[in-house]
Design a protein around this ligand. Sequence first.
Ligand code: ADP
Length: 512
Amino acid sequence: MLRSLNDAVLATDNRGVVRYLNPAAAHLLQCSEAEALGVPLSHVLRSRPESGSFPLRQAAPPKTWSQWPRALKRRDGGELPIEECTVSLRGADDEELGAVWVFRDATARRQLELERARLLEREHAALAEAQVQRERMESLFLQAPVAIAVFRGPDHVCELLNPQACALLEVDAHAIGKPLRDLRPAMDPGMLRLLDDVYRDGKPFSGREVPLASASPYVTPALSRQQRFHDFSWQPWCDARGVVQGVMAVAVEVTGLVVARRAAEDLARDLREVVQSRDEFLSIASHELRTPITSVQLQLQFLLRGAPAMGSEATASLVRRRVESTLRSVAQLHQLVATLLDVSRIRAGRLDLHRERVDLSSLTQEMVSRVQEDAAGARCPVRLVVSEPLVGHWDRVRLEQVITNLLSNAFKYGAQQPVDVHVTREEGYARLSVKDHGIGIAPEDHARIFQRFERAVSQRHYGGFGLGLWIVRQIVEALQGDIRVESAPHAGSNFIVRLPLQDSTTAADAAL
Ligand code: ADP
C-alpha cells in the first residue's frame, strides 16, 4: 500500500538512519531505494536538514501538512518545493523508535500561492489607486467653482450637494436625504416642473442666464439677490441599464458676465444717442449757417457790382480784389457747410434723389468748363474725351457734385500734371473716368479712402476732411452705380464711376 502511494513516505530509526522509503520518496529524492536504505537521512539529502523538520529524531507528535512549502535540495542542484508532515514513532514505553516523513511535490501549489500573492498585491495597488481617485474626485466635487447637486427619484431627494450647491439652495449638509420641494418650498414651480420633466423623459435641459435668488458667496457681493444669474443644466442620471435614477444639476454663476454685457449694452445705447444728437446738431448747424453765408455772398456780389462807382479807378480795383478774395473764402465756407449738411443727410438716410433725364457726356463737358479756373490755378489742364450722349435717369445736382469732387481731388493731388477725363459706354453703363498723374494711392488704401474721415495723406501736406469720396460713393451707390480707383504710389490715380443707363428703380422714375 505504501509503495503504491503517490505521496513520498520515508521512515528513519531513532538515529536518523533511513529504514524505509517508498518509490515516490526515491523519485523525489533522486536516488534508488537501495542507495538510501541504511544511510543517515542527512546524507541522502546531501544538505543540512533545515530546522523545524529535521532531524526526524525530534519530530513532534503528528503534524498537519506544512503551511508553506519547503525547498528540497536535489541531486541535480535544483530545488523542489515540497509540503510535508512528520510523525515520530514511539514504543510502548514511549521510547523513541524513529520517525516517518511524508512529503509531496508542491511545485503546483507553490505556483498557485505565488500567483495568489501577485494577485493580492495587484488588488491592493488597485484599491489604493481607487482610493486616491476617489479622494481626488471628492476634492474636485467639493472645490468645483460650480454648484453640483444630484437628486434621486421622482421627489428629487438630495443625494449629493457640494458647498456651492448648498449655498445656492441655501441649505446645509442636513439637506441630504430630503426632497427638494421640502427644502425649497418657495422654489419657482415652473423650475420644479422642468425638473420633473427631465426625470420623467430622461432628456437633459439647460437654461441660460436664469435669475435665481441665491445667497451664494460666489457672486459679486454688491448685487442684490434678485440680480444673480446662472447658466444651469439638468442631466438625467441613469443606472447601468439606462433607467433614469434621478437628475444631476450643474449651475454656473454668470452674474458678472450678464452685468458686464448689460453695461456694454447701456454704453452702446448711450453712444448711439450721443452720435444721434451730434448728427442732429450737425444738421441744424449747417442749415442755420447756410442762410447767413448766402446773405454774405449776396452782399459781396452786390458790393462787387457797385465797385466801379467807388471813387477812383485805383480804389475800385482794390475793393474789387478784396471782395473777390472774400467771395472765394465765402464760397469755400459754403462748400464746407454743404458737405456737413450732406453728411448729416446721408447718416439720417435722407439723401433724397431728384431723378431726371441727364446726359452724362454734356454734364461732364459743362462741369469741366466750369472748373477751368481751378484747373489753371492747380496747373492741371483737363483733357476731355467724350464719345456720345449717354443718358440715364439720374440726379443732376448730385452728379455735378460727383464730377466736381473727383476733379477737385485730381487738381489737389495731381502734382501739376494734366488730368484726363473720359466719358464712354460700357455694357449698359455710362463710364466716367477721372485720371490724374499725381501722387497716387497705395493699394492697401484703395478701399479705405471711400470710408468716412479716411485719408491717405498727411493733414500737414494736404488739408481736408476725408469726406468727399465717402459722399461721392454714397451718391453713386444711391444711383445704383459703383466707383473704384486704379492707382499706385507716384503713378497717378484713375477714379472710375459707372452708372446704369437703364434706370432700374421704379416705373415712375422711368417715366421721368
Ligand atoms: P480729402 O481730399 O478731403 O482728404 P476725400 O474723401 O476726397 O477727402 O479723399 C480721401 C483721401 O483719398 C484723400 O485724403 C487722399 O489721401 C486720397 N485721394 C483722393 N483723391 C486722390 C487722388 N486723385 N490722388 C491721390 N490721392 C487721392
